[in-house]
Design a binder for this molecule. Structure first.
Ligand code: AOF
Ligand code: ZN
Length: 335
């Protein structure tokens, strides 16, 4: 069958993958088993670290998988982690062909395609890989850089101020854009702020819906800086807990990666924001611009160490949306 025959099955596998959690140590993965006519006979998906992988989930739905094709969004793993190797499960089940989208980048988990081929299974890779990339981009980036994906967010006036001269800042951006920010919080493993901000604002750092309820997924609160968090801080009551970190940012991010953190939502203040940007540790910016002017010295970022225009950090915009009058811009470093 031509490779394009599997496009619909791959799209379905991706839909199934999206049912899994967007946060956590493992990627979202979906799998469908198709027969010789291209008809889907079983579906599976991964429900997060520690649970069954997508392929094994799909295999569990059929009495016999002999001669079937497995269409998977990620190369089947080849290692025994918290669960056994999917390559072996597929071989043992008598799967005739495996069609997948993206290679597994893991040092231990990769190599599934080779094992499958060695066992006589027909393997096709790269099917709809462009579209599939978006789904696991954060996870792939984190794996490659061995640090969490970092989304930096700030809300400011049109002239880039995050507070008025007297420090008042609640609220500059619209309620609608703030609700969106809470959704983004719930889609990250951690929220990070500087100690100064933690002390000055006493924020809750929880992810809440518009009516004030907690999202099922709460990011871990991370406070970065040398000053200890005061005993009266509301963060001690954070539902996921609070972690205090100090030292070089690269080391902090490495430690977070090593405890399974794959994404971090950075919320300021300006000094911490500066350090992340200067060190090239931001993967995505979400900037909420409110239609007001504040002037003054409370700028979103301070000196970024850019001496001249040609050295500017150039960004490219990936999305814009007006939410309750506030312009929300999503941008990436241009490469
Ligand atoms: C697959 N199918 O559904 C997923 C895969 O600790 P474990 O056993 O859960 O293994 C985690 C690794 O397995 C993860 O880092 C990634 O490389 C791969 N994820 N592989 O074949 C799946 N979730
Ligand atoms: Zn697996």
């Amino acid at each position: 069958m031509p490779i394009s025959t599997y496009d619909d099955a791959m799209r379905r596998a991706r839909e199934l993958a999206e049912r899994g959690p967007r946060t956590g140590e493992n990627p979202q993965v979906g799998c469908v088993l198709v027969d010789d006519h291209g008809t889907i006979v079983a579906e599976g998906w991964h429900r997060g670290a520690g649970t069954t992988h997508a392929e094994v989930d799909a295999l569990s739905k059929v009495d016999s998988a002999k001669g079937l094709t497995a269409v998977v969004t990620l190369e089947p793993c080849n290692h025994t982690g918290r669960t056994g190797p999917c390559s072996k499960a597929l071989i043992d089940a008598g799967i005739a062909r495996v069609v997948y989208s993206l290679d597994d980048p893991g040092d231990e988990s990769s190599g599934g395609a080779e094992s499958l081929r060695a066992a006589g299974v027909d393997v096709v890779s790269g099917v709809l890989s462009g579209e599939g990339y978006q789904l696991v981009e954060r996870w792939l980036t984190a794996n490659r850089l061995k640090r969490p994906w970092v989304t930096a967010k700030w809300g400011s006036s049109l002239d880039g101020r995050t507070a008025a001269s007297d420090g008042t800042s609640q609220w500059i951006t619209s309620a609608e854009s703030r609700t969106f920010v809470h959704l983004l919080r719930s889609q990250h493993d951690t929220i990070a702020i500087g100690t100064g901000t933690a002390i000055a604002d006493n924020p809750s750092l929880t992810a809440r819906t518009a009516d004030g309820n907690l999202f099922p997924n709460q990011p871990l609160a991370v406070v970065i800086g040398d000053t200890p968090l005061p005993s009266g801080s509301g963060l001690w009551g954070h539902p996921r807990g609070v972690l205090q970190e100090s030292g070089a940012l690269a080391d902090i991010l490495e430690r977070l990666y090593n405890i399974g953190i794959r994404s971090l939502f950075l919320e300021g203040g300006p000094r911490l924001m500066n350090s992340f940007i200067r060190e090239g540790l931001v993967d995505e910016y979400v900037v909420c611009l409110a239609p007001m002017l504040l002037g003054g010295e409370h700028t979103a970022t301070g000196d970024l160490g850019i001496p001249t225009l040609t050295a500017a950090r150039k960004l490219s915009v990936t999305h814009t949306e007006v939410m309750g009058g506030t312009l929300v811009i999503t941008a990436r470093e241009a490469h």
